[in-house]
Design a protein around this ligand. Structure first.
Ligand SMILES: C[S@@+](CC[C@H](N)C(=O)[O-])C[C@H]1O[C@@H](n2cnc3c(N)ncnc32)[C@H](O)[C@@H]1O
Length: 233
């Protein structure tokens, strides 16, 4: 059992595996293990993680939580080889898909945490990330499921700790409940400032972001993605 910083049990309600993990995908996960952050909860310490990260001597480090099939993670890493991208997602099928691309393109500046971000977030050194991206988090729209949403007061405190001052958190969502939830939770935390000045700011996708599967799905189904950027002050 793993607990968060406030000693609350971490429960993950999404899927970790599809109906089957093909032999091909199992092979990709084995091959890709070298891209994984040391994958044992027992050996996780800030020191070990820092050793993993500094090996890259990155100009900066960016965390993408729930990278899905990795469209955005892969494009960002290919475009900015001197930035280290850390992707976290517990869904093994899409992890395998992303790793195949990493291997195909011989990408060197991605590390993967193939699990729930909340299990590792407390172990990152403070002020390590320049940016954190959370694109189309599961909305869990029913009120009775609101505790399953990733964005929660406690989780935001953890994100605050690992983000550099003036660093940003970028969130994208097309779900009307998630839009107001994000604003509500961020408003509860005086450490962050919403950077939007006009409606165009939350209607315009940040430059260089590629459409992820869930963004494309929203557009195909005539839902408007909105983009929220919060700065750590
Ligand atoms: C709706 S999908 C969006 C995927 C991708 N970002 C996109 O836009 O296509 C949400 C993703 O978040 C991942 N996720 C959910 N809870 C998570 C957690 N606690 N830590 C890391 N990833 C998580 C899920 O496995 C899933 O891949």
């Amino acid at each position: 059992m793993i607990f968060d910083a406030s000693k609350k049990l971490i429960r993950f309600y999404g899927r970790r595996k599809g109906r089957s993990l093909s032999v091909n995908n199992q092979f990709a996960l084995q091959e890709g293990a070298k891209y994984f952050i040391k994958n044992s909860h027992l050996s996780l310490t800030s020191k070990l993680i820092l050793e993993d990260l500094v090996e890259f001597k990155p100009k900066k480090t960016i965390l993408e939580i729930g990278f899905g099939s990795g469209e955005n993670l892969l494009k960002s890493a290919k475009t900015n080889p001197d930035i280290l991208y850390l992707g976290a997602d517990p869904f093994l099928n899409t992890n395998a898909k992303c790793i195949k691309e990493i291997l195909n393109y011989n990408i060197k500046n991605i590390m993967i945490w193939p699990d729930d971000i909340r299990k590792i977030i407390e172990f990152f050194p403070s002020n390590i990330f320049s940016e954190i991206k959370i694109l189309f988090p599961d909305p869990w729209p029913k009120f009775k499921h609101k505790n399953r949403r990733l964005i929660q007061d406690n989780f935001l405190i953890s994100l605050y700790n690992v983000l550099k001052t003036n660093g940003i958190i970028t969130l994208g969502t097309d779900h009307f409940i998630m839009k107001s939830w994000i604003l509500e939770i961020f408003q509860n935390n005086s450490g962050f400032q919403w950077t939007a000045e006009t409606a165009a700011d939350w209607r315009t996708k940040p430059i260089h972001y590629v459409a992820t599967k869930y963004e494309q799905k929203a557009i195909n189904e005539n839902r408007d993605p909105h983009w929220f950027i919060f700065k750590k002050i």
